[in-house]
Design a protein around this ligand. Structure first.
Ligand SMILES: NC(=O)c1ccc[n+]([C@@H]2O[C@H](COP(=O)([O-])OP(=O)(O)OC[C@H]3O[C@@H](n4cnc5c(N)ncnc54)[C@H](O)[C@@H]3O)[C@@H](O)[C@H]2O)c1
Length: 316
């Protein structure tokens, strides 16, 4: 199959490129390298089934040129501003890289008759609903970050374009995703800070933020397992893991793995790490479990494994 991964040089996208190539698919990888890197995909450059397109997916003309050159059977749309804190400072980034890319990709699919889409959505679409277990039918979605709002807007666009054009769309709402090639997030930040100052660690919020962390290859397996939904319209899943992990527990694991003792944690205070951070949430995973998928690694195991791999410089 000819697959196009938009945002394919990013953390998750590059692992998806690897898995699709391993399964024998042709892979077009589009990225503007705003966050993703060539280092994530350079091992694929010599592969005859891999082709890189350095483009901005919000650029209508460039996206049409790409579709002209490589009409895909399947589009995996992972391009977004994945850095929630960056868009808190400048919401324009979210509008362009998350929302506009989605509109442009859907209209190119419409124009070129492409009928299969995977979309990377997020738990952030639910907003701050810490007292209930979130399932795919939880009402009153009320994002509290520009990122969550843009993703929810994208889900709306996908719903309409899918209905109007008979597109089969698979939408996964991921929790925090971790593993080799991380580009951002709490593990990435803490390791960076401790490398600079092994005696102190600044922790945003009160450290009690509690979230599920999924290992990236678990997620990629789920994408591959469900990519052929066979259903017209949108098929939506919460994708997650057993358990969750507090931010302080993550700091403890990183210190243990780095062999650091007596690190002084300096909490900035408050429930959320930053404005727009959802401090805790819980997913109901019945739908995806009943459909036959379960993550191999629990949240704590995924965190420990990621810390070890990042410290070793593992990239695959
Ligand atoms: N990592 C997580 O914890 C997480 C959680 C929930 C949802 N998601 C979603 O999964 C997807 C992948 O996330 P990730 O962690 O791999 O992030 P990432 O930033 O590593 O990957 C996103 C990629 O999109 C690219 N990109 C951004 N704007 C673009 C544009 N206008 N044109 C072309 N390319 C563009 C970036 O350069 C980057 O390579 C994103 O849509 C993200 O919102 C991630």
């Amino acid at each position: 199959m000819k697959t196009l991964i938009i945002g394919g040089a990013g953390f998750i996208g590059s692992h998806l490129c690897d898995s699709l190539i391993n399964q024998g698919h042709k892979v077009g990888c589009a990225d503007n390298f705003s966050i993703g890197t060539k280092e994530n995909i350079e091992h694929l450059f010599e592969n005859k089934n891999f082709k890189l397109y350095e483009i901005d997916a919000a650029d209508r003309k460039k996206l049409r040129d790409l579709f002209q050159d490589f009409i895909p059977d399947y589009v995996f749309h992972l391009a977004a501003n994945s850095d929630i804190q960056a868009s808190a400072v400048n919401p324009d980034v979210e509008y362009r890289n998350t929302y506009t890319t989605t509109f442009e990709i859907l209209s190119a699919m419409r124009e070129y008759g492409v009928k299969k889409l995977f979309f990377a959505s997020t738990s952030a679409v639910y907003g701050d609903k810490c007292n209930i277990e979130l399932d795919e039918n939880t009402p009153g979605l009320a994002p509290i970050s520009y990122y969550g709002a843009a993703k929810l807007g994208c889900e709306g666009l996908i719903s309409a374009f899918s209905y109007m054009n008979d597109i089969q769309s698979l939408v996964f709402r991921f929790p925090n995703v971790i593993g080799p090639r991380l580009t951002h997030g709490v593990i990435y930040d803490f390791i960076g800070r401790l490398n600079k100052d092994p005696e102190h660690l600044r922790i945003l919020g009160n450290g009690k933020q509690t979230k599920p962390y999924i290992y990236v290859l678990d997620l990629v397996k789920a994408i591959l397992q469900f990519m052929e939904t066979g259903n017209r319209g949108v098929t939506l899943y919460n994708v997650g893991v057993e358990g969750d992990t507090t931010v302080t527990r993550i700091a403890d694991m990183i210190c243990e793995e780095m062999g650091l003792k007596n690190v002084i944690y300096e909490y900035t205070g408050g429930e959320g790490g930053w404005k727009g951070d959802v401090p805790r949430f819980r997913y109901c995973l019945d739908k995806i479990h009943q459909a036959g998928w379960r993550a191999e690694y629990s949240s704590d195991v995924a965190v420990r494994k990621t810390v070890q791999e990042v410290l070793k410089g593992k990239r695959d």
